[in-house]
Write a protein that binds this ligand. Structure first.
Ligand code: BGC
Length: 529
């Protein structure tokens, strides 16, 4: 089977035939600023697509770029049908898509149908007439009583899921911030609007969508008759989008256990889900220095969601959300990786970035390799391939949202502006800042994380490691995760001690750190074929 890089750009494969080597989450605002306004943009990102392609990226996921006050990083959408002028315009997006396609990269955009911002025209119209056609787009109530289980997603920042709107004289429901009123997915006009806006973007040339908060969209909103049948809703959505673009890719974001997500990929409703369960298990395994939690999570996933329909990640853009662990398990992970109260958030997550949280460097390298070895499709957020840091002085979930560190010049080469409002203080002077950690310094350095990321992409592609059929095998040491498929065997030592491995002796190492044929150094790993 040819690798995706050999496919003709005018004959793109859909997710089903080519789930892809790597998905790359790209926040335009923080990636590359071409016009010196301190804010990244499409032209800037276009100039760095070589870097993205060098990582073996098949799909870029563009985080929200819509007009927005960006009180929630652009997930507070003011207008679903435009590009925020700070990023450029529709022509810039078309140019970006064309350039990405030239590189053999397809582009998913973040679609946020679950809520709007409180400045969106739908909401402005709805508050004028909550019982009328416009009003039905949202969920209104005369009182703010809550049903059991109906709680805000950001406890501590939001006290309740109801906000009083003066204009309407009623409460509206919001699962996220109070400036993000929830859409009422039961309304047929809403469904039609969602189809229309996704159709619009397909017309512009995007290849698919990451549907934000997919399950929350269809679940009840604390009042009778507010839930919709997810199977019916998403089947209809898929069918409508396929009429326009038969190979449209649909990825669901939902932090739920595998069994709750299974229906999303049945009947091809979605191509894949962003899976949090394996991520949570990976943190538990790293905390315990035992492979078993990962092995257990994989077998549970295999019962519900095939590997090619799972997106794996080590650290997503918000907090490391560990809500799928039990309270005791989560405490174990907190004690190991975030002993400082200040590093925790919402009682469920860790604010620290990947590299600072999982240092030493050997463990950061091992986890990057692990991400590529786990059955499923790996997902990186821009900057993670360099081992960028965090800044806990930033309040809330923004602590690990760093601007891209291209070189060691001012602001890491991210912007030519004299002041860079999005660059975190620790990026200037912290141990993971751009003076030490940057793409230029790592490019061509055999020992760098960037070189490892490129090597992993190459080995993964050459070994067809994206194929299904991986099984966990006993390596003879509980700290070592051993995964086998056909002739390929990957070994990862999750512990900070040397591990003796009972298998793999005599196999050729396509890529390895700290492997001598029998033992793995602390946090060592090996790809054997
Ligand atoms: C995003 C968050 C956002 C939330 C609500 C999540 O998928 O990652 O940043 O706050 O959706 O839109």
């Amino acid at each position: 089977m040819p690798s995706t890089h050999e496919r003709l750009p005018d004959n793109p494969a859909g997710w089903a035939t080519d789930p892809g080597a790597l998905v790359y989450g790209l926040d335009l605002s923080r990636f590359a600023d071409s016009d010196g306004d301190g804010f990244g943009d499409l032209r800037g990102a276009m100039d760095h697509l070589d870097h993205v392609a060098s990582l073996g990226v098949i799909w870029i996921w563009l985080l929200p770029f819509y007009p927005s006050e960006r009180r929630d990083n652009g997930y507070d959408v003011d207008d679903h049908l435009a590009v925020d002028p700070r990023f450029g315009d529709l022509d810039d997006l078309r140019a970006f898509l064309a350039r990405a396609h030239d590189h053999g990269i397809r582009v998913l955009i973040d679609a946020v149908p679950h809520h709007t911002s409180d400045r969106h025209p739908w909401f402005l119209a709805a508050r004028e007439d909550t019982d009328g056609r416009a009003g039905k787009f949202f969920v209104w109530s005369d009182d703010d009583s809550t049903e059991p289980g109906d709680h805000p997603m950001f406890p501590g920042e939001e006290e309740t899921v109801w906000a009083f709107d003066e204009r309407a004289g009623r409460y509206y429901h919001h699962q996220f911030y109070s400036f993000q009123p929830d859409i009422n997915a039961t309304d047929p006009d809403v469904f039609e609007e969602i189809v229309q806006l996704l159709t619009f973007w397909l017309g512009v040339g995007v290849d698919g969508f990451r549907i934000d908060a997919a399950l929350l969209l269809v679940q009840g909103k604390g009042r009778p008759d507010t839930d919709v049948d997810d199977a019916v809703f998403f089947d209809r959505l898929r069918a409508r989008l396929r009429e326009i673009r038969p190979d449209v890719a649909l990825i669901a974001e939902a932090s739920e256990p595998p069994e709750a997500m299974a229906s999303l990929i049945e009947n091809d409703r979605f191509d894949a889900v962003i899976d949090f369960s394996l991520n949570n298990a990976t943190f538990l395994a790293l905390a315990r220095e035992r492979a078993q939690p990962i092995v257990d999570a994989l077998s549970r996933l295999d019962d519900s969601i095939p590997a090619e329909s799972r997106l794996n990640f080590i650290r997503n853009a918000d907090e490391a959300d560990l809500s799928l662990l039990s309270d005791d398990e989560r405490r174990e992970v907190f004690a190991r990786f975030a002993p400082d109260e200040d590093a925790l958030i919402y009682g469920r997550g860790i604010r620290r970035g990947w590299a600072p949280m999982l240092q030493p460097a050997a463990r950061v390298r091992m986890t990057l390799s692990l991400l590529h070895a786990l059955p499923g499709v790996p997902l990186l957020q821009a900057g993670q391939e360099l081992g960028q840091g965090d800044d806990l002085r930033v309040r809330g979930r923004g602590a690990a949202r760093t601007t891209m560190q291209w070189d060691d010049s001012a602001w890491g080469g991210f912007t030519a502006a004299s002041v860079s409002p999005l660059t975190l203080g620790a990026q200037v002077d912290g141990p993971f800042g751009y003076r030490t950690v940057n793409a230029r310094a790592q490019d061509g350095d055999d020992g760098s994380l960037l070189t490892l990321a490129r090597e992993l992409a190459r080995v993964r592609r050459e070994a067809h490691a994206d194929a299904a059929g991986w099984t966990a095998v006993d390596a003879g040491d509980g700290a070592v995760l051993a995964l086998r498929r056909d002739g390929l065997l990957t070994l990862h030592n999750l512990s900070g001690r040397e591990a003796t491995v009972a298998i793999g002796d005599g196999q050729h190492a396509a890529l390895a750190d700290g492997w001598d044929g029998r033992t793995l150094a602390p946090y060592g790993f090996a790809w054997l074929d």
